[in-house]
Ligand binder design. Structure first.
Ligand code: G
Ligand code: MN
Length: 257
């Protein structure tokens, strides 16, 4: 309990300071490793513990609702980054909590406008849980955002409810195939993981939705997901989350791969 209290106090201090930073991980076209966009990932540069990933503090934040404030700090950094760069999109993670507030979409659009950032270069990553809760309200928000150019992609796909009936009703641009299935491609669960990836590909293809294979760490996985029909990928093979955006084609990697 004392540790949590400490962390909560730290969290508040970091929100008011510059402790939270957006890191960016490239998303590439698998055919030539050209960068199509980035996912913004939250990192906390903690004074004594170093660089922390959300897994180590998100529970504290979720309970104290501070994490929403932290998310807005990240969205503001991303809007700023969009305004000062050219190139692909940047996607931000939006927790289902944000959709409980019907003002979320407008607040996000205002943030972009204030930063002079092109809304078409921002995407939101949501999980299936967000679609199940308050479906009509979420549908309206997604339509509203899309109307202004902000597209939505479904994160960690295959791990949640995967309620397929929802998929065609919501304006979803892209499915992100959860990294557990990509990791599974080279392991003893290979047959099952392959079946899941194949099924997601078939579903997405028939609905006209793109896919991103997440968590690609080696050329073996890259080859398998390409064989299964994925065209876009993300993972350590193409780049770890870093403070700077990656531009262009990763030429050196093409020669290696
Ligand atoms: O749930 P979501 O897909 O938004 O989570 C992304 C997380 O996955 C980030 O914390 C990121 O650092 C991590 N990640 C990104 N690429 C890889 C990878 O190739 N391997 C592993 N193990 N983790 C990854
Ligand atoms: Mn994500």
């Amino acid at each position: 309990a004392m540790r949590i209290l400490d962390l909560e106090a730290d969290l508040r201090r970091a929100i008011n300071g510059d402790g939270f930073v957006a890191f960016y991980q490239p998303i590439v076209r698998l055919s030539d490793r050209s960068v199509v966009g980035h996912e913004a990932l939250l990192r906390w540069s903690h004074s004594s513990s170093g660089l922390l990933t959300p897994a180590s503090f998100v529970n504290v934040g979720e309970n104290s609702s501070l994490i929403e404030e932290v998310d807005w700090l990240v969205y503001a950094q991303v809007a700023d980054r969009i305004a000062h760069t050219s190139g692909g999109y940047i996607s931000v993670n939006v927790s289902p909590r944000h959709f409980r507030d019907s003002a979320f979409a407008d607040r996000l659009l205002r943030l972009l406008e204030k930063a002079k950032a092109d809304p078409r270069r921002l995407r939101i990553e949501i999980t299936e849980v967000a679609l199940l809760e308050e479906a009509p309200r979420v549908l309206n928000m997604l339509k509203h955002l899309r109307g202004h150019g902000v597209l939505a992609q479904l994160d960690d796909f295959g791990t949640g409810f995967s309620a397929l009936s929802y998929l065609h009703r919501f304006p979803i641009e892209c499915l992100k195939i959860d990294q557990s299935f990509i990791a599974g491609l080279g392991s003893e669960t290979r047959v099952e993981s392959e079946a899941v990836v194949r099924a997601i590909q078939a579903l997405a293809g028939s609905l006209g939705i793109h896919t991103v294979a997440e968590g690609i760490e080696n050329v073996h996985q890259q080859r398998l997901v390409r064989e299964l029909g994925c065209t876009l990928g993300q993972g350590y093979l193409y780049g770890r989350p870093l403070p700077e955006l990656v531009e262009g084609v990763q030429v050196e990697e093409i020669l290696v791969g």
